[in-house]
Write a protein that binds this ligand. Sequence first.
Ligand code: SF4
Length: 205
Amino acid sequence: MESPRSMKRPAIIVPEGLMNEERGRVLLHACCAPCSSSIVEWLIQHELHPTIFYYNPNIYPREEYEIRKQESKRHAESLGLTWIDGDYDHESWLGNVCGLEGEPERGRRCELCFTLRLTETAKKAKELGLRYFTTTLASSRWKSLEQIERAGHLAEQKVAGTTFWDQNWRKGGLQDRRNQLLKEYQFYNQLYCGCEYSMRINERK
Ligand code: SF4
């Protein structure tokens, strides 16, 4: 009989369809290089094949966006992975979150921000002929996993033929490994979430 320890659910559960029909091919929405690093490493170690999609029009100002983008690209290129550059339309992002400027982090603006980014990721997955997509947003302890989960599932509903892999990427020792890789790669490590509203909250702190 199996011991209760060996019956423990693994921390990271790969969807069956991803291993079988999709042959491990998955679109990974990357918010930044540090958060992607240990997730990408884990995926590769488990014979999965991530394509990285950098889509973060929420980031302000443009200079900050460019720094985070180049770091994500550098990371992907160092591993020989396909890296896709999403559009940077911050004006349009601002229009979408209009009226929610005063919301706190983890509030309604953030959930909408996740939905916008993951819907675009689902569209990109479909365009590339990939069923599964997931996001590095679910590795941050500052963000609400419930909001990310709802946003991902809303995105898969909007884009027929896609499936959101709603993994909690804080598990499996990936947080500690992220911090190691951050040092190894000497990644730029941002001090605020991304938008101008989070930047102001950080400045006030
Ligand atoms: S705080 Fe972060 S998640 Fe929330 S709206 Fe701003 S960039 Fe998006």
